[in-house]
Write a protein that binds this ligand. Structure first.
Ligand code: NAD
Length: 697
């Protein structure tokens, strides 16, 4: 071919907005004027013909979007990768474009049928021909990119489109001569923006505002420094002129109704590439299998969300749907991502959801040694609340002390969760995603117990009583079998008059550990000493004159005795939550915070020590009751593995949702006043009676 730039266009003889396959078409079906469209197309044709050689492909009745020749295929040298349209509405264009390319002597490559790719609409050469920018997210699939790299022998950089209005890469991205780039950053995800910024120096980037973007300023054709475009703002025009470009605006509004403009209406036929480039696509793929009640539990939806939200893409290779409701389903997915880092993030998310990597049965977990104490190797695996196993020396071993946001250390034939800060030089830390699997099934116990109310979710007020009955029943069973219930409580428990009920639960043997902060203890002790909580009379509900001093006097008194225990033993404290804890030998831990008054001598102000203490007390818990303390409940939630029943009571639905939504079946949230909740709970336990004794009337 000659060195004159050549383009392919298709006259708009059959152009119409006949259907809706992008947001621009909505409301525009049959609303475009053929006459105006022809005029506008002719004007563009003239502009282009003055500067380049334009070939025409015969339009075909019934395929109105053929006018957008950019989507015919992707050309480099004498090779074409033919488009495989995503929407059936455009698939009929393929054979016509194929015939045209073959007639011109191009070598035509066709992608496998399942792989959508929309040609030069979604793949744009860096103007120096050193690499190919390829879009995905709406029309073209990420999985098509490795084929482009192989067939065109070029490096492919994948960019993820995130704004439906800019559904093709050429609607928001336009490489210009001299290495300039005209683009709309908000159309891309953060990763893609980072990639663009790494490849294109700041002085070469020309980011456009939304007003320009929606007039298709980036859907421009650059013919040797002359930019043909539908419309640009005066500011953008000035910017382009400053950089040496000539801007020719030509009205293409009739085509905007179908979501296209200058670039969409043209296909550059003689693209060249710098000779020394290596064919590389960084796109990586792995096969994973998910098994379980995929549809019922929404696990499949969650898995797909995890892939897409993290910039990946997937194909379903096999899908076996369980025939009966109780039978499980299996799905095999091929997951792709543009970088190893992104693929690892996705795979970790899928492993968290119980997915197995296909080749996993043959690979051990990758272990790396800690080089500096308290610092993990770079790509350490971040733990979740779910029971996890790691493969070491060919054996799958369970990870002990499971918790979230930790790391897994392997020692001999054992593995355990620990925190980054506790890592020692030489510890072998599990890294990457190989040889790791989690178990997302409900705990074994659950099936036999029919603990049906514990479906994860937030209750409304009218369900509170039913929930309380079931929690009481469960508390009683835990007590009877010598299990462990841990209570996490905030000062609101005391303010709302719930202190005496909590004290009753402790006295009754229903609580095996109590966790909280400085405040709950101070308020509980103040109530015992003065009948007030932060100066408010809890019986009458009114502020007591000078009452706020009670708070500090309480702290001072306990400090004088040295500890809450000492004050109880001295007979100074005669009742309340902490009195009952000491009497019944129930361990408690008070974690400090910045807003603490005093603090009490029992409050641990070293937060690392406080966290360790909390973790120790949570170990082995069957149930955790979280009572109106966002701070402490979130802390506890992070330390608690899946399988522990977690009840969160708070007046604020947002707090409840945050705490109860762990993707774990055993958590439940109750939106109610904590005083009321505790009072109902105590009443219900009294109704049920202790052990086998007769219930109270
Ligand atoms: P927080 O904000 O973490 O949690 C309070 C929760 O109680 C909120 O989620 C709120 O929605 C909920 N709530 C409010 N009224 C309720 C009701 N009637 N029924 C049910 N839920 C209700 O605060 P926190 O846990 O109270 O305190 C955070 C930290 O500050 C703790 O460590 C605490 O000890 C400390 N603190 C110290 C003092 C003090 O020393 N004087 C005083 C207050 C808090």
């Amino acid at each position: 071919m000659s060195s004159l730039i050549q383009y392919l266009m298709c006259p708009p003889d059959h152009y119409e907005v006949d259907y809706v396959i992008n947001p621009w078409m909505v409301g525009n079906v049959h609303r475009s004027s053929r006459e105006r469209a022809v005029q506008q197309w002719q004007a563009l044709y003239q502009h282009l013909s003055q500067r380049a050689k334009v070939h025409l492909v015969e339009p075909v009745q019934g395929w109105p979007d053929m006018v957008f020749t950019a989507n015919a295929g992707l050309i480099l040298g004498s090779t074409v990768v033919l488009s495989r349209f995503y929407h059936p509405e455009r698939q009929g264009e393929q054979p016509h474009f194929k015939a045209w390319f073959e007639k011109q002597g191009y070598t035509v490559y066709e992608l496998p049928p399942a792989l959508a790719f929309e040609g030069a609409g979604d793949a744009l050469l860096d103007r120096a021909g050193r690499w190919l920018w390829a879009g995905y997210g709406f029309r073209s699939m990420l999985e098509s990119h490795p084929y482009l790299a192989k067939w065109l022998e070029i490096e492919v950089l994948s960019l993820r489109l995130v704004d439906e209005r800019f559904y093709h890469l050429d609607t928001c991205f336009c490489p210009l001569s001299e290495g300039y780039l005209l683009y709309y950053p908000a159309a891309f995800d953060a990763y893609s923006n980072r990639l663009i910024e790494m490849r294109v120096p700041p002085e070469k980037r020309i980011p456009v505002q939304e007003a320009d973007a929606i007039h298709f300023a980036c859907n421009a054709v650059d013919v040797n420094g002359t930019i043909l475009v539908n419309w640009v703002s005066p500011e953008l025009e000035a910017t382009l002129q400053e950089r040496g470009f000539t801007v020719v605006q030509t009205d293409l509004t009739e085509f905007l109704k179908a979501g296209g403009a200058a670039k969409c209406l043209t296909l550059r036929l003689n693209e060249t590439v710098a000779p020394q480039t290596d064919p590389v696509a960084t796109v990586l793929s792995r096969t994973v299998t998910l098994q379980g009640h995929l549809v019922d539990s929404a696990l499949l939806t969650e898995a797909v969300d995890c892939i897409v939200e993290n910039g990946g893409s997937f194909q379903i290779l096999k899908f076996h749907l369980g025939e009966k409701r109780q039978s499980t389903s299996t799905v095999e997915l091929s997951v792709s991502a543009p970088t190893e880092e992104m693929l690892d993030t996705i795979l970790s998310g899928l492993i968290e959801r119980g997915a197995r990597l296909a080749e996993q049965s043959h690979q051990d977990a990758r272990l790396e040694r800690v080089q500096k104490s308290g610092v993990a190797p770079d790509d350490f695996y971040v733990t979740t609340i779910y029971p996890t196993e790691v493969r070491v020396a060919g054996q799958w071993i369970p990870v002990q002390r499971q918790r979230m946001d930790g790391v897994i250390v392997v020692k001999g034939s054992a593995a355990y969760c620990t925190l980054i800060r506790d890592l020692q030089v030489g510890d072998a830390v599990v890294c990457g995603v190989e040889g790791i699997r989690t178990l997302r099934q409900a705990s074994k116990e659950r099936g036999s117990q029919e603990f049906t109310f514990m479906g994860s979710g937030v209750s409304s007020e009218r369900r509170v009583e039913i929930l309380v009955e079931q929690i009481a029943w469960e508390l009683r069973r835990i007590k009877e079998r010598g299990g462990k219930t841990v209570v996490v409580a905030g000062p609101v428990v005391i303010h709302t008059g719930g202190g005496s009920h909590l004290a009753t639960l402790i006295r009754g043997g229903y609580v095996q550990a109590l966790l909280g902060g400085n405040a709950i203890a101070v308020h509980d002790l103040e109530q015992n000493l003065y009948g007030t909580s932060l100066g408010v009379d809890l019986v009458r509900g009114n502020a007591v004159k000078g009452g706020h001093k009670h708070h500090l006097k309480t702290i001072n008194l306990i400090r004088k005795h040295g500890s809450i225990r000492a004050a109880v033993e001295a007979g100074v404290i005669t009742g309340g939550v902490f009195y009952e804890c000491i009497r019944a030998g129930v361990p408690f831990s008070l974690a400090g915070s910045i807003r603490d008054d005093g603090p009490l001598p029992d409050t641990e102000m070293d937060l690392v020590k406080a966290q360790q203490d909390y973790a120790r007390l949570i170990q082995g818990a069957d149930m955790v009751l979280m009572l109106s303390s966002m701070l402490h409940s979130i802390g506890v939630g992070n330390m608690t593995p899946a399988g522990v029943k977690l009840i969160c009571v708070d007046i604020n639905p947002a707090v409840v949702t945050k705490l109860a939504d762990r993707g774990s079946l055993e958590s439940v949230g109750i939106v109610t006043d904590v005083g009321l909740f505790l009072s109902l709970l105590v009443q219900q336990l009294a109704r049920l009676g202790q052990g086998y004794e007769r219930p109270q009337p």
